[in-house]
Design a protein around this ligand. Structure first.
Ligand code: GDP
Length: 197
């Protein structure tokens, strides 16, 4: 799929105030600093579309971007900010829960994990929660350029092995680098394939 238009539509702190349309939504989530904003900017070929985590306040909101006037790319708040304090963490968690569980337009949730790291408990718990609630999701292993291709491959295999301990069926997964602009086609083709089905 080629992206011919990508427009910022709205930022919300409440999931029930998201756009009132029936267009499919593809949401992106992950721990702070996982590379979510960079990935969104890379996918849309717009270096400034998603504000990076250094922009105060932005990362606490649900951001909708209309793509090709056909679907929404949704930038969800990052989870696991220990430094934000308990109250804020709870607020973010509620927002995420509400969106993920109640938003009927959510078609696939892309969960980003850093390809360099061992499986992190917070991500594994989140993935487990998605499974328990029957939420369709896919994994994206980010920042692949930060290590050799061999190391990425072995980390991804180890991650999938870990998931196999809990799951009979593995989710779709992608490997990306926003720096080297890799993984873009695969992710966009996957979205296109779902949109057409
Ligand atoms: P977010 O908090 O998940 O939105 O993360 P950002 O997109 O703001 O990225 C966090 C940091 O990681 C920034 O310094 C980015 O430049 C860097 N980063 C993000 N993606 C990549 C990548 O694919 N490769 C490399 N080398 N650095 C990346």
């Amino acid at each position: 799929m080629d992206i011919t238009s990508a427009e910022f539509v709205v930022s919300n702190s409440r999931a029930d105030m998201c756009p009132q349309t029936h267009l499919p939504e593809y949401a992106f989530i992950g721990r702070s600093n996982v590379g979510k904003s960079s990935l969104i900017n890379m996918l849309t070929k717009n270096p400034k579309l998603a504000m990076t985590s250094s922009t105060p306040g932005k990362t606490l909101l649900i951001n909708h971007f209309l793509i090709n006037k056909e679907w929404y790319l949704v930038d969800l708040p990052g989870y696991g900010y220990a430094q934000r304090g308990k109250k804020m963490m709870e607020k973010i968690q509620k927002l995420i829960e509400y969106y993920v569980l109640e938003r009927e337009q959510l078609t696939c949730l892309f969960v980003l994990v850093d390809s360099r790291l061992d499986p992190q408990r917070i991500d594994l718990e989140f993935i487990e929660w998605l499974g328990e609630n029957g939420i369709p999701f896919a994994l994206i292993f980010t920042k692949a350029d930060k290590q050799s291709a061999g190391k990425t491959k072995s980390n991804v295999s180890r991650y999938l092995e870990k998931l196999k301990e809990q799951w009979e069926e593995l989710p779709p997964y992608f490997v990306s680098s926003s720096e080297k602009k890799t993984g873009r086609e695969e992710i966009l083709n996957y979205i296109e394939q779902i949109n057409r089905s």
